[in-house]
Each structure stands twice: as structure tokens, then as C-alpha cells.
Design a protein around this ligand. Structure first.
Ligand SMILES: C[S@@+](CC[C@H](N)C(=O)[O-])C[C@H]1O[C@@H](n2cnc3c(N)ncnc32)[C@H](O)[C@@H]1O
Length: 354
């Protein structure tokens, strides 16, 4: 397959002369979410993020005190294979931890167990945000298209600002596209984006010289043939849920998308869940990290720099419903501890103005 290697030049849509103009305006409207301003997490009693904030504060306190740097590195060192980057982004000066003082009762790092730090790092890594560029998503939907029958349910686990879900709903004839996002503010931004998308769709459709009916033949951006219902029912075909992906049942999905580049340590748990819930034939795609579970057969593997900047894997659920755990083989990255130590010290020094 000939994949695109960059975005086409953007030509703003001036007039809605045909449905293709509506599609183009809609796709243009959902780009650029990766640069959104990250608010800090809510530090209020009852927030589901309090346990996360407590450990974040404990780590940040050590980061801010040079005499504690050795201790901070000592506590992080056993978990390098689940640490993304050199130091956790969340505790850095521009990170998502609030600047406010810790709540009374928050523990110090000395009172926090190794397992808690490890789980915290896994959650922290998963909260990092990124989006595929438009041409990468075009490549992606071209690659999965041959394996999908018209209709079906598409799910993005960790859907962020909703770009993949909305692109899926525009590009292929899914009956329904659903995004599941843990962070409230990202879920809210996705919903706001959806409202703007649907408003623009309505304006575009109203401006067409020939009104679209439910039965009007319609060519989708992927080249697949559908009918007017695809755009007229757009709002009913898209939904966003604010939830933990592990609490949402994806039974019935025909395609599960995972931008799993930051989910490395979660891949075993995710594949167990998907093996339990998905039916034979369902597709699952991952980025960067493979699925190593006997219930999934690798259909395609696209090396970094072909379909996307990172590797993209397409799997199919094979065999009966099962709860077999993922294979024992570990495939987390194993950074060199000495090289990490040197990088971490250089970052800490730079941060305190050394
Ligand atoms: C790399 S972003 C990808 C966003 C989107 N899928 C895309 O490709 O444009 C991963 C998203 O997963 C979310 N996330 C992390 N852990 C999650 C969980 N347990 N349940 C739901 N969402 C989660 C993060 O908050 C983040 O928005």
C-alpha cells in the first residue's frame, strides 16, 4: 500500500458546493488538538485523582529540594521500564499537578511503597497526550478498511479530544463510533469539539445546492460508498464516555483503536480485557507496543515511518471467548540505568538553574 508521508496543503473551504466540501471542512475542524493547554488536575476533596495527586506531590517535593534529589532518583530507579521520558512530566514545573499546597494528610515519599510508585508511574505515563496527524489517520483507515464490513462499532480506548472517533465516523461507514476518556477535561473538550462539528455539518448540509437525502449516494473520504444518512445521522453515530477504559465493556466492537504509545505497561491488562470481551473477527490496532496474547493474530505490522511516525499493528481476535492471561514474556523497555541517572541529574540541575 502506498502511504502518504505528509499532510496535503490545507485549502480552507470557502463554499459548500458538494458533500466532499462538507467532509473537508469537518475534517479540517478537528485538527490540532495536540497543542491544547493542559489544565492542572483538581485538588479538591472527593476528587477521584486524590491518590494520584498525593504521590505526585510527594515526588514533586523531592524534585523541588536539591537535598532530596538522590532519594528521588533512588525511588524512581527500580521502575525505569514503566517511566516514560526521563522524569515524570506531571511533576515538572509545567506539569498537570496543581501549584497549590498539598492537602493535610498527604504522605511523604518516605511513607509511600514501591508498588504505589510503580502504579503511579504507569498511570502518569498513560495520561501523556498526543494525536496522530491527519495523513497518518488517512493511512490508518486505508489499512483497516479491507478488514471491515460496512456498519459495526468503532471504539477508541483513551480517546482524548476525540479526533480519531470523529475521523472514523466521517471516513468509514461505522454504525457507531465511541470514545472512552479518563480525564474529565479531555472528555469535555471532545464533547465541545463534537458540538462544533455537528453545527458545521448542519451549516454545510444546509448550504449545499442540492439537498442531501437519507438515500442520496455519498462517497466517503475513504472512497467507500455510503448514502446521505452517513452525514445526516452524524450526531447519532458518535458518542463520548468519561470513564476508565477498564470499566467500559467493549463487547460488540468491530474495531478497537488504541493509541497505545504511552500504554506500554498496560498492554497485558488491556489485551486480557479485550480477549474476554471481543468476539471472533473483531479488529484491534495498537501503536508502538504489540499485543502478546494467544487470542490475537497479527494481520499487519507497519514499521515506524511508513503508516505513521511510530509502528502500527493490526490484530484480529481469533478463537472462542476466553480469559487466558497474556503471555509471560515482558516487552517493556529497559533503559540503561546509568544513562538514565546522568540524564535525570542533568534535567534536575537545569531545573534548579544550575
Ligand atoms: C495518547 S492519547 C490519545 C488520544 C486519542 N486516542 C488520539 O489518538 O487522538 C491517550 C489518552 O488516553 C487517556 N487515558 C489514559 N489512561 C486511560 C484510562 N485508563 N481510561 C481511559 N482513558 C485513558 C489519556 O488521558 C489520553 O487522553
Amino acid at each position: 500500500m502506498n502511504f502518504r508521508t505528509e499532510n496535503r496543503p490545507v485549502e480552507p473551504v470557502q463554499r459548500f458546493r458538494r458533500p466532499a466540501d462538507v467532509f473537508e471542512a469537518l475534517l479540517q475542524s478537528i485538527q490540532g488538538g495536540e497543542t491544547h493547554a493542559r489544565p492542572t488536575l483538581d485538588l479538591v476533596p472527593g476528587s477521584p485523582f486524590l491518590p494520584f495527586l498525593e504521590i505526585g506531590y510527594a515526588l514533586r517535593t523531592c524534585l523541588e529540594k536539591p537535598v532530596k534529589h538522590d532519594y528521588l532518583l533512588e525511588r524512581l530507579r527500580p521502575h525505569l521500564n514503566v517511566l516514560i521520558g526521563t522524569l515524570p512530566a506531571c511533576i515538572m514545573p509545567m506539569g498537570m499537578l496543581p501549584k497549590l499546597a498539598p492537602l493535610p494528610g498527604f504522605r511523604k515519599l518516605e511513607d509511600i511503597a514501591d508498588d504505589e510508585i510503580r502504579d503511579w508511574l504507569i498511570q502518569e505515563g498513560g495520561l501523556i497526550y498526543g494525536e496522530m496527524q491527519r495523513f497518518e489517520l488517512e493511512n490508518y483507515f486505508d489499512a483497516v478498511k479491507p478488514y471491515l464490513a460496512p456498519g459495526g462499532l468503532m471504539v477508541d480506548l483513551g480517546s482524548g479530544l476525540g479526533k480519531v472517533v470523529m475521523t472514523a465516523a466521517l471516513t468509514l461507514p461505522f454504525t457507531r463510533c465511541i470514545g472512552v476518556e479518563l480525564l474529565n477535561y479531555r472528555h469535555r473538550l471532545a464533547q465541545e469539539r463534537l458540538v462544533r462539528l455537528l453545527t458545521l455539518a448542519r451549516q454545510g448540509l444546509e448550504a449545499l445546492p442540492e439537498p442531501l437525502t437519507l438515500e442520496t449516494p455519498l462517497q466517503l473520504p475513504s472512497g467507500v460508498q455510503a448514502n446521505g444518512r452517513h452525514l445526516l445521522d452524524l450526531g447519532a453515530r458518535i458518542a463520548f464516555l468519561e470513564n476508565d477504559m477498564f470499566k467500559v465493556d467493549v463487547r460488540g466492537a468491530s474495531l478497537v483503536f488504541l493509541y497505545s504509545t504511552c500504554f506500554g505497561p498496560l498492554m497485558d491488562a488491556i489485551s486480557d480485557k479485550l480477549a474476554r470481551e471481543l468476539s471472533e473477527g473483531a479488529l484491534v490496532t495498537t501503536t508502538t507496543y504489540p499485543i502478546k496474547h494467544p487470542a490475537f493474530k497479527l494481520l499487519e505490522m507497519h514499521a515506524p515511518g511508513t503508516l505513521s511516525w511510530t509502528s502500527v499493528m493490526i490484530y484480529q481476535r481469533v478463537g472462542p471467548q476466553m480469559s487466558v492471561p497474556a503471555s509471560e514474556s515482558r516487552y517493556l523497555h529497559q533503559p540503561d540505568p546509568d544513562a538514565w541517572d546522568a540524564r535525570a541529574r542533568a534535567e534536575l540541575l537545569a531545573m534548579i538553574g544550575g
